[in-house]
Design a protein around this ligand. Structure first.
Ligand code: LLP
Length: 424
């Protein structure tokens, strides 16, 4: 169920169609650059689904939310402030068909419960307690349930959200109890949702349809929607293949059609991608600030670190990397095997590492201080997972739309950084 392999050149001059040097000069480094066209294309690929519900945790900048809204997607939120981001970007609360904002989580903190009630945000409950807490506030309302089908898979153990090793969702064998609980609270269960993990593959994703169908028969005729969750993989390595969306849709469509026929109601089919929409649109541009040897090993040290992109240190995640020469030229074609690291005062601040912290080398063009390193596929779980470790400011972010680079987040200043800190 896959097609088309992807190539990632190790020498580039442009990102999102614009010269890297110019972007770096205009906005400084480290810099996140997103290509609006890529996000728009990915949404378009999914339009067979009744709703493309963007999992904004992947990249929640207001301008990105506004972009996905303009291209017809709706949004999922996992916290009070993600709900508020969605509202600030022009999505509206209330039920709707499909609802523009959904809240999917395993708990309600008090602030979020108040907010979903205030804005009539539909909720997708991932724990039995959420049913009681919501029922107390909105008796007579409707809910959907996130079910943990007892299996899961992700690109890392940390992103596997199924099975009893995961805290996510309502355990599939407790669905009956939860329906009882909903009834006691005068709530109707109108939808089911399953998300087995992030960065998984088609083999595992395909197994979810069967589990969904089984759970749907436990819920029965009140069911109006099913959500396939997120998890669609995207290529990060040279030669990886893209997933074939049409075949994936067909599996889900068949499931939904069987349910619709059995219960005599239309069943809407949602998908909830994060990575699939955002990953390939984003690049992190950094400047090489030092090149040094440690024994036999060569290090390129750049001005971005795991404060900007935490995926390598957290999961040993692999990102494509390319050099852009400061003069925009082609260089000498000479390559080196380099370890690529950042500026942070911590040995783990290495972009070329595998899970477990094993440092690896990357074959890259021979570069000099002042040249740029472009880390690709950084749009999902990049900027949103930034930190201020070592008092490093959040990077600036730029969205390129119709060849125009729009600054969508200013680089944090020192005053931004210490805001809220108090010397008593
Ligand atoms: N829906 C739910 C309920 C989720 O928990 C997630 C991701 C998604 C949808 C979107 O999944 P996606 O389509 O992006 O795979 N920081 C990790 C990924 C964590 C994913 C968390 N939940 C990483 O950088 O790989």
């Amino acid at each position: 169920m896959t097609t088309e392999t992807v190539q990632f050149p190790t020498l580039v001059s442009k990102v999102a169609g614009l010269p890297v040097g110019k972007l770096a000069e205009q906005f400084g480094t480290p810099l996140y650059v997103y290509d609006a066209a890529t996000i728009a294309e990915r949404i378009c690929e999914l339009t067979q689904f009744d709703a493309v519900r963007y999992a904004q945790k992947a990249c929640s900048n207001l301008a990105i939310l506004d972009l996905v809204r303009r291209h017809g997607a709706v949004v999922d939120a996992v916290s009070a402030y993600e709900i508020r981001r969605a509202l600030a970007a022009g999505f509206v609360g209330g039920p709707g068909e499909p609802a523009q904002i959904y809240y999917t989580a395993d708990i309600f903190d008090r602030e979020t419960l108040d907010l979903v009630v205030e804005h009539k945000i539909p909720v997708n409950c991932g724990s039995p307690d959420m049913i009681d807490q919501y029922g107390e506030r909105v008796p007579g309302g409707q809910i959907t349930l996130r079910i943990n089908p007892g299996f899961g898979h992700g690109h890392s153990k940390k992103t596997n959200t199924g099975g009893d090793g995961s805290k996510h969702g309502i355990w599939h064998e407790q669905l009956d109890d939860c329906l009882e609980r909903a009834k006691r609270n005068q709530l109707t269960v109108t939808g089911l949702h399953m998300h087995i993990g992030s960065g998984t593959d088609m083999e595992h994703l395909s197994q979810v349809c069967g589990a969904m169908e089984k759970a749907a028969h436990v819920v029965g005729p009140t069911l109006r929607s099913i959500s396939a969750g997120g998890g669609l993989p995207t290529p990060y390595r040279e030669g990886e293949e893209r997933v074939e969306i049409a075949a994936y849709f067909d599996l889900w469509d068949a499931t939904r059609n069987r349910l619709a026929t059995t219960y005599g109601n239309p069943i809407s089919l949602e998908i909830e991608p994060g990575r699939f929409l955002a990953a390939e649109s984003g690049s992190l541009i950094a400047e090489i600030r030092a090149i040094k040897h440690m024994g036999e090993k060569l290090y390129y040290l750049v001005d971005a670190g795991f404060n900007n992109l935490a995926r390598p240190i957290l999961y040993g995640a692999y990102h494509p990397m390319a050099i852009c020469f400061a003069d925009g030229g082609e260089g000498s074609e000479e390559t080196v095997d380099a370890i690529v690291g950042g500026p942070l005062c911590e040995s783990g601040d290495i972009f070329t590492q595998e899970e477990g912290g094993y440092v690896t080398c990357r074959t890259l063009p021979k570069a000099s201080v002042g040249d740029y390193l472009v880390i690709g596929c950084a749009g999902a779980y990049g900027a949103v997972m930034s930190s201020n470790y070592n008092s490093k400011p959040f990077a600036a972010e730029v969205l390129v739309e119709n060849s125009k680079p729009n600054l969508i987040r200013t680089r944090q200043t020192f005053d931004d950084l210490i805001r809220g800190e108090v010397i008593p």
